[in-house]
Design a protein around this ligand. Sequence first.
Ligand code: RFL
Ligand code: PHB
Length: 391
Amino acid sequence: MRTQVGIVGAGPAGLLLSHLLHLQGIDSVVLERRSESYVLHRVRAGLLEQGTTDLLREAGLGARLDREGLVHEGVLLRFDRATHRIPLTEMTGKTVTVYGQQEVVKDIIAARRVAGGKVYFEVDDVSVAGTSGEAPVLRAVIDGTPVEIECDFVAGCDGFHGICRDAMPAGVRKVFEHEYPFAWLGILAKVAPSTDELIYAFHDNGFALHSLRSPDVSRLYLQVDPSESIDNWSDERIWGELRNRLGTDDGWTLAEGPIFEKGITAMRSFVVEPMQHGRLFLAGDAAHIVPPTGAKGLNLAAADIKVLAEAFTSFYSRGSRDGLDGYSETCLRRVWRAQDFSYWMTSLLHRAPEDTDGVLARLQLSRLRYVADSPAAAKTLAENYVGYTPA
Ligand code: RFL
Ligand code: PHB
């Protein structure tokens, strides 16, 4: 087999890249380890920046997004049992949209099918070779048959646990990593959201987030210890803790319903530099992980892919290597901005286990009051939350 761009991973990054390349007449092959059903049902992100929804729309992927996506013009901070609204759109002119990551993935897979795109699921033993030279090769086992795919370029879109990052020579890559002393317990529940806008709550027992997926599905999260087992969290305990951490003095109540999905996710910040070597380009979670508090992971993946698709387009249409050569530097500026914002949001809202004398909690409360009171401080949160493109 031969293709122009060999893509490892059919998450949002890999699928979007293959779709954008197709629109420019560039051939690609996507190799995915998991089944199509697994990829379609993996519950993850939910909040899309305007830059991401604009990109999806421009790529012809906006029809269902425009019908079903919930457009938000503000976000709520809750602390001291009161609510404070940050008017995102008033402050930045931009909106954010609630639309589940698996819906984005579903829309792109459908578009790839219509176009006869080559997306292979349940592919085993993917390996990458020759990316330092002129003729990279992807090897894999498809339907029990070993295959070799000659490529002009390889895009490593295989997430945090993928194999492409390690295909970069060890002497070339540098990893930056920070682990947090907490994790998120996330649920999906069949109940109408008790809020129109996302609520980020700071509480003595820890952080809580009320998000949503649709008019009748709520998505909620609780800060827990990273060693926690989901078996210790009955539905009653989860709702009790959510009621407690999200509680207010103004009569607001949290509607409860059947929980149909729950899981615990560790939190880390991770960046590999550079994001490219030779003919190998890393994008999305393969190159960087952010803690979910800033809702940046999927949006960063989409931003990488926009830059990479444009770089391949100018290479194939005009023979220019400038975009490809500048890929890592362009992406890393946005990645580090998002890392800083995600770290800041995480530190603002989570209870630190080491804070035994309450000094940190008092500093956090002071910072939260400042963000709620000062338009300058609120605007800093707002312009990063809706997606900031560094100069
Ligand atoms: P993915 O989605 O992990 O896809 C990588 C794909 O590569 C496949 N793969 C392989 N295929 C072949 N051979 C191999 N050896 C392979 N190894 C791996 C995998 O099976 C997979 O299909 O990475 P991608 O495409 O870079 O997308 C990144 C996003 O998924 C991620 O950043 C977001 O989900 C992060 N995130 C959020 N991001 C947001 O922008 N907004 C949010 O509100 C938000 N909330 C979240 C989140 C992530 C969460 N979790 C569970 C980590 C909330 C949570 C709880
Ligand atoms: C989600 O809806 O899953 C979500 C929203 C905002 C975040 C993280 C996750 O910051």
